[in-house]
Design a protein around this ligand. Structure first.
Ligand SMILES: [Zn+2]
Length: 226
């Protein structure tokens, strides 16, 4: 009789342990799953020996890209996103490695930050977003252009810059080797004296950061529940 009772108590304790650990495992898994939805990889274009384009007054694209990317990183992080920079210093990274980082971290979106330039024409200015067409995604975006469109709209709204549109670029490694919606934000033309000047100010960089953040939030709202 006593033995049976001891066995019953023992089984009850065992059962409680199993339930406890099962729940812990489940909530751990769920937390992991939810946060993996929100990994954002930010890719400051160029770096190290690759300066990118050189501006009207000799600023380096790589430096402006890094400045904007770091601000974007900070802001998104403060909002609770898991954010990864492909580079945080002035170093050279090849484009395949940049894509690999995003794929390994299972990023939900990949955002590459660049500056534009046009040869022998210093009047052209404006913002542009490049994207990879027809990327299969889990978020009901068969053309993979909604992210590009949303972010461009926010950039135009916030900066008042000229609209240079969204452009599909299946030829670019960081876009075609990444397995998630991926865009390149061309923040402005460094070949244009005025736009270069703007891109070097904290104020204008903040506007670009805010536009991208707001665009991402809209994008996630539209897509996360699918
Ligand atoms: Zn570039």
């Amino acid at each position: 009789m006593i033995l049976r009772r001891i066995r019953a108590i023992f089984l009850l304790i065992l059962l409680m342990f199993i339930i406890f650990f099962a729940f812990r495992g489940l909530s751990f898994f769920r937390k992991d799953f939810i946060s993996s939805k929100k990994v954002i990889v930010i890719d400051p274009g160029h770096g190290g020996k690759d300066s990118g384009t050189i501006g009207f007054n000799n600023s380096y694209e790589k430096d402006i890209n890094l400045d904007i990317s770091k601000k974007l990183y900070k802001k998104l992080k403060s909002m609770g996103y898991k954010v990864i920079l492909t580079r945080a210093t002035d170093e050279f990274i090849d484009n395949n490695t940049r894509a690999d980082i995003a794929n390994k971290k299972r990023a939900r979106v990949f955002i590459s930050i660049h500056g534009n330039a046009i040869e022998n024409n210093n009047t052209v200015n404006g913002v542009q977003v490049l994207y990879y067409p027809n990327r299969e995604s889990t978020i009901n975006d068969p053309n993979s252009d909604s992210l590009a469109e949303i972010i461009l709209d926010k950039l135009l709204e916030e900066t008042g810059a000229d609209n240079k549109g969204i452009v599909d670029r299946p030829d670019l490694i960081v876009l075609n080797q990444t397995k998630m919606p991926a865009i390149i934000v061309e923040c402005g033309f460094l070949s244009n004296e005025n736009e270069e000047k703007l891109l070097l100010t904290d104020d204008y960089q903040d506007k670009i950061v805010d536009s991208i953040v707001n665009g991402l939030e809209n994008y996630f709202e539209l897509n996360l529940d699918n």
